[in-house]
Design a binder for this molecule. Structure first.
Ligand code: UDP
Length: 244
């Protein structure tokens, strides 16, 4: 292995190959299967022409967006039991679905959405690291497709999207900053970070942790630079996938 390449042959600043297969779930208002290396997530948006009760009670105008995330039992090397069979949502899934919801709400004008709820469902078909970043990145494409459908049906007059949003992981693995960790890199990374950014170059959320390690200002700055460059590439791929 050369000094610059990784176990899968990528350069430190290289994303895994990414593909979008749109309309994978034809009954959804918008859907895509995002294939990101060996991580594959189905992202689908459905529309409910109603808002949550708390919005009515508190007289909050506009619409709402809610996200759900789940790993299918066969998405991991060892079968992962469905949450329903345990009668509770696992903490990790709950954390990830809240992150997906916050990330997408950050780029949506809920007033322009009108009094309806969008459900964003992210179901992991195959997990190999970065399922939350793939979910956010794919959900944006599914939303773009759903808004186009709502516009065509005359339900909204303009897209409620105020910016793009994409997410990527970065980390320090074998003392090197790397973009877009796969599972093996993620498992052994000394520092692991997820970045969510909008198309104006602003951060929406950062999740960074030293795994039994610490990191310096300089290492953090290097990771942010790597991540920002990855996000810029993802935003271009998303626009191409939506067909804008
Ligand atoms: N993983 C797994 N089973 C689990 C949780 C995670 O196999 O119950 C694997 C999976 O490949 C996942 C990776 O560990 O993508 C990293 O998990 P993490 O919690 O960091 O989230 P992700 O990187 O998927 O957003």
């Amino acid at each position: 292995m050369s000094a610059s390449s990784r176990a899968d042959g990528r350069l430190p600043n290289q994303l895994r190959p990414i593909r979008f297969q749109n309309n994978i779930a034809p009954h959804a208002a918008g859907s895509t299967l995002i294939e990101w290396g060996n991580t594959r997530v189905i992202c689908a948006v459905t529309v409910d022409e109603a808002v949550p009760r708390w919005m009515k009670d508190q007289k909050v105008s506009g619409g709402w967006i809610s996200a759900e995330y789940s790993m299918l039992p066969y998405s991991t090397l060892d079968r992962k039991a469905r949450d329903i069979s345990k009668l509770k949502l696992d903490g990790r899934s709950q954390e990830i679905q809240r992150l997906i919801g916050r990330s997408l709400r950050a780029v949506i004008d809920l007033e322009r959405l009108g009094p309806r709820t969008l459900w964003i469902d992210c179901d992991v078909l195959q997990a190999d690291g970065g399922t939350r970043t793939a979910s956010i990145t794919g959900a944006y494409v599914a939303l773009g497709l759903a808004f186009r459908k709502l516009e065509a049906e005359g339900k909204i007059t303009a897209s409620p999207l105020s910016a793009g949003v994409a997410a990527v992981s970065v980390g320090v693995f074998e003392q090197r900053p790397l973009l877009d960790l796969n599972y093996l890199e993620d498992r052994d990374a000394a520092v692991d970070m997820n970045l969510v950014m909008n198309s104006h170059g602003q951060f929406i959320e950062l999740q960074a942790a030293g795994e039994e390690a610490t990191f310096s200002d300089t290492e953090l700055a290097n990771l942010l630079t790597l991540g920002r460059a990855g996000i810029q590439q993802l935003l271009v791929m998303q626009q191409a996938a939506i067909g804008l």
